[in-house]
Design a protein around this ligand. Sequence first.
Ligand SMILES: Nc1ncnc2c1ncn2[C@@H]1O[C@H](COP(=O)(O)OP(=O)(O)O)[C@@H](O)[C@H]1O
Ligand SMILES: [Mg+2]
Length: 338
Amino acid sequence: MSTILEFQNVSKHYRVRQQDVAALHDIDLTVEAGEIFGIIGQSGAGKSTLIRLVNLLERPNAGRILVDGQDVTQLDELGLRTLRRGVGMIFQHFNLLSSRTVAQNVAFPLRIAGLWSEDEIRSRVAALLDRVGLSEHASKYPAQLSGGQKQRVGIARALATQPRILLCDEATSALDPQTTQSVLRLLDEINQELNLTIVLITHEMNVIRTLCDRVAVLDEGRVVESGEVVDVFLHPGHPVSRRFVFESEDVDEELLQTAFEHVDGRLIRLTFRGDTTYEPLLGRVMREHELDFSILSGRIDRIKNTPYGQLLLGLNGEHISEALDHFRHAGLTVEELR
Ligand SMILES: Nc1ncnc2c1ncn2[C@@H]1O[C@H](COP(=O)(O)OP(=O)(O)O)[C@@H](O)[C@H]1O
Ligand SMILES: [Mg+2]
């Protein structure tokens, strides 16, 4: 893996009526070529600011931002134009030109760049529209399209100059859940086909869970947690991350608390990942170590390509610690909550 994007000690504030409004503090992040990197945070956390620094739509007040090892803040006019061709962007509200057709919208960045002939532009636009499934809509106007189709135009337009990085700013937040899934699937496909690096910001953990390899949690302008999505999702270490995970899973913390109070014995959370998810381990361990158990909550699903299961158990019996060792040996994560 090679690093394609790096934030080093980046800070940003806005000047509003003679006052500094802090947006980002001391951000350090590294994105590897070819990965899908998610940034999650509440509204106002600084996500859009962070992503807009990459193609210098905003300038940092401190720190360095390296794209392919080059500090973008040092680029001259020409360098900046080259950078922007190499970094595509899509937006929550699509930002299409309403007076131009679908094909003209996709052709727009190519015309601006002035590097391609009309013939080249035409064939490239046709290929892009085909890729995003909109060939039949080439001469329609944005107002004639659904939200999902508009975002597909946005994606085609962002890919027109063959960028190596695609920035997505809440790209599915205006879409219904089903359309969201189909847009996420398209992003996943182009990530793999083109080895395109994607940096995606969202306030929805389910978007992160479906698409991303790694994630950083942003809160009040600071990265409070980052890592593999599987790790952050199954074992969120920061209260803000925990809230995002619980929200997406509809976990009712009060109900859990009630369950805790009504069950005696030990409380254990077991996490299965990958192949162990499908093994009939629970019954075997309970029998072998003569334990009684009750399941207080559970979820079995997948995170991108990794199946997982997580169970909250109340346990009673003489040989609990042997049973927990048994689980650990089998590759499960065991958390002793009580
Ligand atoms: N152009 C701007 N001028 C002044 N303050 C801004 C500007 N853009 C963002 N901010 C402020 O910076 C903080 C981070 O905003 P933003 O990056 O848009 O967060 P997010 O995308 O996570 O909602 C907020 O406090 C916001 O009000
Ligand atoms: Mg934003």
